[in-house]
Design a protein around this ligand. Structure first.
Ligand code: ZN
Length: 141
């Protein structure tokens, strides 16, 4: 979702939107335990102070997956916090290497899809369990 920077100049804005797995591209790798991504829903707010834009909120990723321990099929919505600070691309390089939760926007628009894709790429759990205790007694059975 592309947001024109000018609409942020009048104050904080809320953005609720859905994405398809295709729209986040490579953010969710092809994993054998991920059977299906049913939905990706973002609930974000964006603020601009001078030229720094902060994006805050959550993304809910609804998946059908296999438990990383027992292999049982599970249906789960995984909520990830989104926290991004974006600077104008014209300042790229002045603040050193790009860091997690830090990025750039071009002069007239902010790509919120990219913020969501980056969050999923960095924070989506590598292991998913059917329940927190799954596998803790596997060896005893
Ligand atoms: Zn399990």
């Amino acid at each position: 979702m592309l947001v024109p920077v000018r609409i942020l100049s009048s104050g904080s804005r809320q953005f609720d939107f859905s994405l398809t797995a295709e729209q986040i591209g490579e953010a969710l790798p092809d994993r054998p335990d991920l059977i299906e991504v049913r939905s990706i829903k973002a609930d974000l707010s964006a603020d601009m102070i001078r030229r720094t834009i902060t994006v805050r909120g959550t993304v809910d990723v609804e998946v059908v997956a296999l438990c990383s321990r027992c292999g049982a099929e599970l249906h789960r919505t995984i909520t990830l916090p989104v926290r991004y600070t974006l600077l104008p691309a014209s300042l790229a390089g002045e603040y050193g290497d790009e860091d997690e939760g830090f990025g750039y926007y071009n002069e007239d628009q902010v790509d919120l899809t990219e913020c969501v894709a980056q969050t999923i790429a960095l924070d989506f759990p590598g292991l998913i369990y059917c329940e927190p205790s799954c596998g803790s007694n596997v060896e005893k059975t």
